[in-house]
Structures are given as C-alpha cells and as structure tokens.
Design a protein around this ligand. Structure first.
Ligand code: AMP
Length: 512
C-alpha cells in the first residue's frame, strides 16, 4: 500500500471515482450532489485550506449547522491532512474560548449569525482565519473556495496521523479532546461495512447531527465508503423519515428518534417494507422501544455501542447466521476489537458479573489532546482504555451496559446500579421512563433518588410506585425519594443528563 492510501479520503475517493455521476446526497431541501461533485468541491476546499496557510497537522475548528457543504468541508480537511475539530452547535461563547485555547486552530468556521461574537474571540486568541458557513450555504467560506482549482493531490499521511479531535461532552470537569487517527477511522469503517452487511444498492437515511461520532464516523462514513446514496435530513422530522422510508434501506438513530417515530400512526410494516436495517446507539435503547418497534414495523432494531474515543466497539449481529439481536444488550465485540469487564482490582470478571469495561483495538484512540495526566489515568499499563462504562457479558458473549461508573450509587456501603432500578421502574404500569441518581445523604453517603416520567395520559402516584418497587428489589436499592416529572433532561444525542438531575435534587436529603 502506498503511504497515500493511509489517508481515509483516499479510500473514499477510490469509490467516488467509480461512479462520479451517481447521486451521493439528496437533501431535504431538494439539492442533489454527485460523488464526482463531492470530489471536486472538497478538492477546492482543501486547496483553499492550503492557500490559507493551513499545514498538515494543523487544527481546523468548525461550529456550523448540519449541511451538505459542512460534510464536504470535513472531507476537505481529511484530504488536506489537517485535523478536523467539530463542535456541538449548542456551545456558547465562554465554552468556545476554552476549545480555541486548547486546540489552537488555524481556521475557525462559524455560523454567519455568530460571526461578530466569534471575531472578538478569535482575534483575542490569535486564530488567523475566521470564515462562515450557514445551513443554506451562505457565508464567506463557499465564496472563498470558488476560485480554487478542483484538482488536488490527497495528502500523504501515516496511519497514526490525526484526522480529527472530538471534544467529549464533559459532564464533570473540563471537556477533553479525543484524538482520532486516520488509522482509527479507516479500520472501523471497513469493519462496520462488513459486519452490517452493506449492499451495493443500500440507501441511508441520514438524520443525525454531524459534529458527533454517530452521524459523522458511523453513518456518513459507511455510506460514503459503500458508494451509497444518503437521504439527508438537516433537522430531524419524523414525517421526512417516513416520506423517505420507501426509497431507503438503512436508518441510524439515537433512541429518542425511535421513540419519536413510534408516535407516528403512519409507521407500519408496509411503510418499512423496503428497509433492510434499523440501527440504534449513543444511549440505551429501552427494551420497551425495542419490542414496540418489532410489533409496529416487523423489524428488529440492531443496537450497537461505541464512544467518541473508540468509534464503534460492539454490535448485535446483522446476518441471521451470526445469531439473534438481543434487546437490552449492545451485542458482541466487533471483529478486531477486544472488550473486557474487570473488577475493582482490574481482574477480568466471569460472565454475569458486573465490571468496568476496558477496550483495545485498532479503532481505539491514542489519547486525549494535550492531557498527559488524563491519558496516564485512563489507560492501563497494558494499553487497555478504561471506558468509564460499567457492564456485564452474558453466557453468549453479549454485553449489557449497566451505566457510567460515575453514575454508580454507593449507599450505606452498597453498590446500586441505576440501570437495574430504572429497569424495574420502567416495567411498572403507566411509567414511560425513569432516571435513577445518587444524592448526598448524611447517613448513607448517597441516597437513591428516582425521577419518573408517566406515559401519556397516565397519572402516577410516587408513594404507590415506591411501595410496589419495595416488593421487587432489595431495600437498599429502593428509591428513598421518587419524583414524577413531565420529561427528563436530554442532550442532542438523546442522552439523559444525569448531572443536571443531580444538581436539581442535590438537597433533597438535607433535612434527613
Ligand atoms: P459519546 O462519546 O458522546 O458517543 O458517548 C459515549 C457514551 O454513550 C458511551 O461511553 C456510553 O456510556 C453511551 N452509549 C453509547 N452507545 C450506547 C448504547 N447502545 N447503550 C448504552 N449506552 C451507550
């Protein structure tokens, strides 16, 4: 293999050049982009980066709305050998100042509406170039690249060269930049194409944001490397997904997207008859959603597990010959990926026992950007990455995620795994979902608190729920306080923000 082929873009390009006339992306605005156009426009953008003084290894930071040009700009960064640093569009000025100081980008691409605020920060921090890109392509970036040549030689990189830095959501302490190499990204997308049995005629509904591992490194990468068309949804709309189901074969979503789609009466087996595969991840899929989806569509959702630092780690089987898809589990380790659960001493746990999840493999990142202390803490001496997730294997090698280790509740010296208590609560009549957290308690250290959301039309009584659950689980796991609320706080990827709940209920045991 020539060194150039280590650049992930070179892998995409060899596919694009096989069918330059084919439509690669059809957007909900009606715009169509062919594979040939992707190659030409990303070349112009890569030439503009070089003309702006950006060198291989330099960082380029991007905080823009989802759009086709925004995806093309990511591809331009890959082919130019520069490090792409996407940011969640929700971040505000003070947070942006931290990211800029940490990554020291040479270029910042912002939404036109934020240009004035960003100009002040980038000038203060000495970022040489600020350009803008809006959801409809407006702003200075596209105008600037127009004059560039559509020919560009893909930059040669080594497998360990950085392709991207993804800042973790950082619910405690400072957000850390997970560094991902061309080798990490390339190995994972090849594994996923094979494991999920991508077919030549597959068509993907792309409904996720592209600043996150799920929408960018899983959804978009798979479709691009497979030469598959993407039906591009800029902002998730259940009606748009339903309208496109008859033309599509693959859908990827976070659990909240599945919950939203289930509220649509038009979601029927007939509406899904053209579909091959529904994939869920980024947050736990409730068993109830898994079961209801099967009943409503005739399809079994394939749940998988991964994170910014590792891309994809485990997956339920795709081909029937590889086994069944088990709801409530995230499947088995992907080929080439090592996953183990370890006890507090770091010894591997037997099947059935809960332990900290550690991983190793060509997809696992080399460490956090400029954070040697965090890297020393998060990797073992043998190179296993401590994911911070807690889980267990079953006898068939399938993993169930029990929660984040920082969400583990220690009450009176006993460990309570929130996911276990949530499972019991969710099964009670009238409960839609729940979140279980630990709150400071003067006697027990932490006390178990449950926050429960009723199903539409149901009315729940906190006292009755607590009484019922008392007969089902050990007394130390029973919530000492239970609150009924309309909805749980979630981030854009559908993850319940337990840190916000812990803040809200921090003082509930103050009088105890
Ligand atoms: P992020 O880096 O934002 O993708 O977050 C990764 C975290 O999301 C993981 O460490 C898990 O805690 C959680 N996660 C991802 N996929 C799943 C899943 N299928 N089930 C449960 N948790 C998940």
């Amino acid at each position: 293999m020539s060194t150039q082929e280590y650049n992930l873009y070179a892998h995409f390009q060899s596919v694009f050049r096989q069918h330059p006339e084919r439509v690669a992306i059809e957007s909900d605005s009606g715009e169509r982009t062919t594979f040939g156009e992707i190659d030409q426009i990303s070349a112009r953008m890569a030439n503009w980066l070089h003309a702006s003084g950006v060198k291989p290894g330099d960082r380029v930071m991007v905080q823009v709305e989802k759009s086709v040009p925004a995806l093309l700009f990511y591809l331009a960064c890959l082919r130019a050998g520069v490090v792409y640093v996407p940011l969640n569009t929700a971040y505000q000025a003070a947070e942006l100042a931290y990211f800029i100081a940490n990554a020291e980008p040479r270029v910042f691409v912002c939404d036109p509406a934020r240009e004035t605020a960003l100009r002040a920060i980038t000038e203060e921090q000495g970022v040489p170039t600020l350009v803008s890109l809006g959801a409809d392509g407006q702003g200075s970036l596209l105008a600037a690249v127009q004059t560039q040549s559509s020919e560009q030689a893909v930059c040669s990189v080594k497998p360990d060269d950085l392709a991207a830095i993804l800042y973790t959501s950082g619910t405690t302490g400072r957000s850390k930049g997970a560094q991902l190499t061309h080798g990490n990204l390339t190995s994972n997308v090849h594994v996923l194409l094979n494991h999920w049995d991508w077919q030549a005629d597959d068509v993907l509904i792309h409904a996720l944001p592209i600043f996150h591992v799920h929408g960018l490194f899983v959804a978009a990468h798979c479709a691009l490397l497979n030469g598959s068309k993407m039906l591009w949804i800029t902002k998730f709309q259940p009606a748009q997904v339903l309208a496109w189901l008859p033309q599509a074969t693959v859908f990827m979503g976070v659990p909240t997207l599945y919950v939203r789609l289930l509220q649509e009466a038009a979601l029927t087996p007939a509406a899904c008859s053209h579909m091959r595969l529904f994939i869920s991840g980024s947050a736990p899929l409730l068993t109830e959603t898994f079961v209801e989806w099967q009943a409503r569509t005739g399809h079994t959702i394939l749940e998988r597990y991964g994170m910014s630092e590792t891309i994809m780690l485990t997956s339920n089987p795709c081909r029937p010959a590889d086994g069944e898809r088990k709801g409530g589990t995230v499947g088995r380790p992907l080929p080439g990926v090592q996953v183990r659960c370890v006890d507090e001493q770091g010894a591997p746990c037997p099947a059935g026992d809960i332990g900290g999840i550690q991983v190793k493999g060509p997809n696992v990142f080399p460490g956090y950007w400029r954070m040697p202390e965090a890297n020393a803490k998060e990797f073992t001496a043998e190179g296993w990455f401590r994911t911070g997730d807690v889980g267990r294997f079953d006898a068939d090698g399938y993993i169930t995620i029990v929660g984040r280790s920082k969400d583990l509740i220690i009450t009176g010296g006993y460990n309570v795994y929130p996911a276990e208590v949530e499972g019991y609560l969710n099964d009670l009549p009238g409960v839609a979902e729940s979140a279980v957290i630990g709150c400071p308690h003067s006697d027990f250290g932490e006390g178990v608190v449950a926050v429960v959301v009723p199903q539409p039309g149901a009315s729940l009584n906190a006292e009755q729920l607590t009484q019922t659950i008392k007969s089902q689980i050990a007394a130390f796991k029973v919530p000492k306080r239970l609150f009924v609320v309309d909805e749980l706080p979630r981030n854009v990827m559908g993850k319940v923000q337990k840190n916000l709940l812990r803040d809200t209920y921090a003082k509930v045991f103050d009088a105890a």
